[in-house]
Design a binder for this molecule. Structure first.
Ligand code: IMP
Ligand code: MG
Length: 185
């Protein structure tokens, strides 16, 4: 496996900036959801690091659940607009205040499909918290109620986001130099 330093173009958001913004988001969510049945739904796998840090900055009692959807295929760098549920929620969301926790909104198809599907299960409310927003890439309009950072149209990795399933553990968000990156066999 290649060392990320070989293909890192730049650190777009460092660990400190990420953590400071997550403190703010946690405070905002704690304020807005006071008295509600906050239920965080994390979209696997990219959202998992963000969820773990965000929930520790939320001072209200809350529950969590996970779901997974198919997005980019290995090596692919564009979306099809078709999203499939590959792992469904464990719990019923009827009557709950659902907050979707997502790593990045790109075309918007993933979040749009998840919102459409989960709406049929009658949550009391449903909002979106996305760490990153690639605004220029949007193909379908989706509401993002809590947004960590708006980022340019560059492929990013680290802090939950993968490059061919690796590098999710890095504590920062980096951009890739495609000329230097060698996908695994
Ligand atoms: P969308 O459906 O096009 O909005 O894509 C959202 C999903 O694509 C995210 O949940 C990510 O898993 C993945 N994705 C989009 N852009 C990037 C990126 O720059 N790096 C890593 N994953 C990405
Ligand atoms: Mg992904």
């Amino acid at each position: 496996m290649q060392d990320y330093k070989e293909f890192l173009a730049e650190i777009l958001i460092d660990e400190d900036q990420l953590q400071r913004r997550i403190v703010e988001l946690g405070a905002e969510i704690s304020r807005d959801y006071a008295g509600k049945e906050l239920h965080l739904v994390c979209i696997l796998r990219g959202g998992v690091i963000f969820l773990a840090d965000l929930m520790r900055q939320i001072t209200l009692p809350h529950t969590i659940d996970f779901m997974a959807v198919s997005s980019y295929g290995k090596g692919a760098r564009d979306t099809t607009g078709h999203v499939r549920i590959t792992l469904d929620l464990k719990e019923n969301i009827q009557g709950r205040d659902v907050l979707l926790v997502e790593d990045i909104v790109d075309s918007g198809f993933t979040i749009a499909s998840v919102l459409e599907l989960l709406a049929t299960r009658h949550p009391r409310s449903m909002q979106v918290c996305a760490l990153l927003d690639k605004v220029e890439r949007r193909k379908i309009d989706v509401p993002i109620h809590y947004r960590g950072f708006a980022i340019p149209d560059k492929f990013v990795f680290g802090y939950g986001l993968d490059l061919d399933e690796y590098y999710r553990n890095l504590p920062f968000i980096g951009t890739v130099n495609p000329e230097k990156y060698q996908p695994p066999e």
